[in-house]
Design a protein around this ligand. Structure first.
Ligand code: FUL
Ligand code: CA
Length: 500
């Protein structure tokens, strides 16, 4: 009995050792192209990156001095007395987003104008000097409390660019910024995301700041290790547009040639705390051609940020320009449906509430979305494949159970026979990214009275790929994966009928 137990223990040890994968890899000069493809296909997200990816929908609240001056970028000279929301209700913000299916929110604790929404000890340019609650208010606390109450993720945006701080442009600003970050990371409980913008303009004295990114990252890892660091940070990358539209080919594994190679070899996690130093707007980030030339590879997924209104902050004149439920639905397909996470900005107004039009459109959209995604026509369909395993796992609603191929097969075809004929116009595909991102080319066909007709195709899948097409009525479809970096996986496959 004892011997048996030890044997089981050894086997499980071995399998966990085998299963241990990293979110980065260094490419050796001796690695062949074939080696590089295999290495890339085995890179996986860290637990914090996986959690973030699975949120799918996250929200931004741009709120602050600009809300009261009706500007997009303040210059830092604004009188703190201008900040005076009359009916601030952070719970209404968070509840609305929760009801719309969002899982996490990010508050602009400080935008470029330097005005702080919490009573910081670092400057008087804050809510403390405003008439709101006689200088005793704290917007960051109200949002974080609402998130705790409603079980929503909570994140902070802290602008490195500060047009008010007199020390901006000098060494002292770095300490000032660290102190602000420390306050935010220690006074509000759990922080799930820290968002740093790339803007790096001049401060009040005309000087630019040299940012100490590594110091920020070290502090966040120490104080809030579960938080993803976004955009100017190592966990989450900017998709490259502010239109809400991602790439139809979106690789999560991309070159990161500024990784500290020595630190990685040393096995200290420090090496992956890099800041992006490449063109995030480039069309191709992770193709074979790109990764063949890489010195290192890293899991670096895309966040698609866009505002529900033309501006990031609330302006009366944009009340009639709130994106419609249909447009929001389209954005879902071009962000989440293109292997990204949507970061949708909904700016509170001068009362300190989300405006009626924004709330209505968000809730209308989510109501319809929930309804049409509730019926997967592939549920209980019969799946067949010559070289596949896990055939019954692709429509079980469980992301962790998945289909893959036997042996070394990197191509496959899966045929699905539906319970009965159905009409659909959406195909949803999900790879199991806990294994890696692999699929490079796929197509889907439907049975049209005995002949297979292609109805959609694509390149990458990743965490989620949603495709739309003219409605099709059939009982049989097949999915062909014609190119994959290693054994392809499919966690979930769905057919739905859009109601928009
Ligand atoms: C930009 C900022 O300059 C905008 O004001 C906004 O905060 C957006 C999310 O990032 O770079
Ligand atoms: Ca599954």
């Amino acid at each position: 009995m004892k011997i048996f137990k030890i044997a089981v223990f050894l086997i499980s040890l071995q399998s966990t050792a085998f299963a241990q994968k990293n979110n980065y890899a260094v490419i050796k000069p001796t690695d062949s192209e074939k080696d590089i493809i295999r290495i890339a296909a085995n890179i996986v997200p860290t637990p914090r990156q996986l959690r973030w990816q699975q949120l799918e929908l996250t929200a931004f609240f741009h709120f602050g001095m600009n809300t009261f001056t009706q500007r997009e970028w303040g210059d830092g000279k604004e009188d703190p007395k201008l900040f005076n929301p009359t009916k601030l209700d952070a719970e209404q913000w968070v509840k609305t987003m929760k009801d719309a299916g969002f899982k996490q929110v990010i508050i602009t604790a400080k935008h470029h104008d330097g005005f702080c929404l919490w009573p910081t000890a670092t400057t008087l340019h804050s809510v403390k000097s405003s008439p709101w609650k006689n200088g005793n208010g704290d917007v960051v606390k109200e949002v974080s409390d609402a998130c705790k109450k409603l079980k929503m993720g909570f994140g902070i945006y802290l602008s490195p660019w500060d047009r008010n701080a007199p020390s901006y442009g000098s060494e002292a600003y770095n300490d000032f910024f660290i102190q602000q970050l420390t306050e935010l990371l220690t006074q509000y409980g759990q922080v799930d995301e820290v968002w740093f913008d790339g803007a790096n303009g001049e401060g009040p004295n005309g000087k630019k700041q040299v940012y100490e990114f590594e110091r920020w990252y070290d502090l966040i890892r120490k104080l809030q290790p579960q938080a993803t660091i976004a955009i100017m940070g190592p966990d989450v990358r900017w998709v490259g547009t502010e239109s809400g539209v991602g790439r139809s080919t979106e690789w999560n594994v991309i070159p990161a040639d500024n990784l500290d190679q020595a630190a990685i070899a040393d096995n200290s996690q420090k090496g992956v705390e890099f800041k992006p130093n490449f063109d995030m707007q480039a069309n191709d980030l992770g193709s074979r051609e790109k990764i063949f030339k890489a010195k290192a590879l890293v899991w670096y997924p895309a966040e698609t940020d866009v505002s529900i209104r033309p501006g990031w902050f609330y302006h009366d004149k944009e009340d009639s320009k709130v994106k419609s439920p249909k447009t929001l639905n389209d954005l879902y397909f071009t962000s989440v449906g293109m292997n990204g996470v949507l970061l949708l900005n909904v700016p509170p107004n001068r009362e300190g509430r989300l405006a009626d039009a924004d709330v209505k459109n968000l809730l209308d959209w989510s109501k319809q979305r929930n309804k049409y995604f509730a019926v997967n026509f592939l549920k209980n369909a019969v799946a067949k494949s010559k070289n596949g395993i896990g055939l019954n796992t692709m429509a079980d609603g469980n992301y962790n159970t998945f289909f893959t191929t036997r042996g070394n097969d990197s191509t496959t075809t899966i045929e699905f026979t539906l319970k009965k004929s159905a009409t659909f116009d959406i195909l949803s595909l999900q790879e199991n990214i806990q294994v890696g991102q692999r699929v490079e080319k796929f197509a889907a066909f439907y049975d049209d009275k005995g002949t297979w007709k292609k109805f959609t195709e694509g390149t990458t899948i990743g965490y989620k790929r949603l495709l739309r097409f003219e409605p099709i009525t059939t009982r049989k479809i097949k999915i062909e994966i014609s190119s994959s970096r290693l054994n392809p996986t499919l966690s979930e496959v769905g057919l739905y009928k859009n109601s928009f």
